[in-house]
Write a protein that binds this ligand. Structure first.
Ligand SMILES: Nc1ncnc2c1ncn2[C@@H]1O[C@H](COP(=O)(O)OP(=O)(O)O)[C@@H](O)[C@H]1O
Ligand SMILES: [Mg+2]
Length: 369
């Protein structure tokens, strides 16, 4: 083994500290050094990725110098995400340890991970993913009515309040809580007419709009256009009021739990900081029931999401629900794995960086040692 790891970062972007790095990157590099390994950062830009020669130089350099890479690129910071993933894929194919493999990033991070897990206890069975025909063909999904947004959504909404999630946004953009203006109409019809009056609340800032179903669905079609376009339709979980519970995972180990309580009052359901949610950081042992259950589900999650190795740094978000016996149960709302940072709480950062370095050494040694 070379005992050297390359960290890929994007040049620029609002997630950077004064030295141009993500604030939690150099602590990981330094933690590797303290353990007798080394790490180096390679910055990527759209210009580099568009230039086949430059990309090849980086490919060859990384292959000759490193045992593996850690991806630290926020997808929003590179337009050429596909070329970036191609570079990572070619490095993995050549035997480098990908942390994570690009297809793991796509599989775990996409919103339709939820529908791939709808057959498990993690996600309600009435969770659907919608695509347009081109995207369904591209990703090998046989297009049917249950993937057809315009046909399916008026039926799911007829039964109760829903949340529609676009794939591309983050921090609540294009995540819509959708409900009927007249709640007495739930469960009366098999499907709803296009002029049904609805109220839509966006998680970005909890603002609400009075809309009609048909024109709102027309607007939402933009979320389906292009590569990775999709909408996920899941039941609205009213206990989001009590908070969203995020587990920060380093590979297979939970590190801490963030309890995110949405702003009080009104239609608020968003757990993003910008929308006014309050965050609290807990030790995993304070959430042992959730965590023990989740860890038990990990092998199933891994196999259902493409059987790639678990990501190095990732999060799983849960919302409380009540089962048919009146007991608490947790529902998975989202997995993030392509741009997870651990800069807050600040007092944890150095400690987590050391744990990341330990995980990197373990993962690489197990694969190449
Ligand atoms: N099924 C749901 N029921 C209630 N609230 C939800 C549900 N799904 C998401 N939310 C709320 O919407 C927010 C944003 O949704 P999320 O799936 O995390 O998308 P993203 O973080 O990528 O924007 C969550 O933090 C949570 O507060
Ligand atoms: Mg989220």
């Amino acid at each position: 083994m070379k005992k050297n790891i390359v960290f890929f970062e994007a040049r620029g972007g609002s997630d950077k500290g004064e030295d141009g790095h993500r604030k939690d990157t150099m602590p990981m590099v330094n933690a590797l050094k303290a353990k007798g390994w080394s790490g180096e950062v390679i910055f990527l830009t759209d210009e580099i990725l568009r230039d086949a020669n430059e990309t090849k130089k980086i490919y060859e350099y990384t292959l000759s110098k490193a045992d593996g890479y850690v991806s630290r690129v926020n997808p929003g910071n590179l337009k050429e995400e596909k070329l970036y993933f191609d570079l990572l894929r070619s490095l993995c194919d050549a035997g480098l340890v990908g942390m994570p493999h690009p297809d793991a990033m796509i599989g775990y991070g996409a919103k339709d991970a939820l529908t791939k897990l709808a057959s498990t206890d993690l996600v309600p069975t009435d969770t659907y993913a919608y695509y347009d025909k081109d995207e369904a063909a591209r990703i090998g999904v046989e297009f049917s009515d249950k993937h057809n947004f315009i046909k399916s959504f008026p039926k799911t909404l007829a039964k109760g309040e829903r949340v529609l999630k676009q794939n591309r946004g983050s921090t609540g953009e294009g995540i819509w809580r959708v409900r009927l203006e007249n709640p007495a109409d739930y469960n009366k019809f098999d499907t709803l007419p296009l002029d049904t009056k609805i109220i839509c609340t966006e998680a970005k800032d909890n603002h609400s709009e009075n809309r009609e179903l048909g024109e709102f669905m027309e607007f939402c079609k933009s979320y389906l256009v292009g590569d990775n376009g999709m909408l996920v339709d899941m039941t609205f979980l009213p206990r989001i009021k009590e908070g969203e519970i995020r587990i920060l995972m380093l590979y297979k180990t939970p590190v801490y739990v963030v309890h995110k309580k949405p702003a009080e009052g009104g239609d608020a359901f968003s757990a993003t900081l910008f929308s006014g949610a309050k965050y609290r950081y807990d030790e995993p042992k304070e959430w042992s029931e959730l965590i023990d259950w989740f860890l038990g589900e990990l092998p199933g999650i891994k196999s259902k999401l493409g059987d790639y190795d678990l990501p190095l740094i990732w999060t799983a978000d849960f919302i409380l629900d009540t089962d048919t016996n009146g007991n608490d149960k947790y529902v998975l709302g989202e997995i993030n794995c392509s741009c997870v940072g651990f800069t807050s709480p600040a007092e944890f950062m150095e400690k987590v960086a050391i744990m990341v370095a330990d995980n990197i050494i373990d993962i690489v040694s197990a694969k190449l040692g």
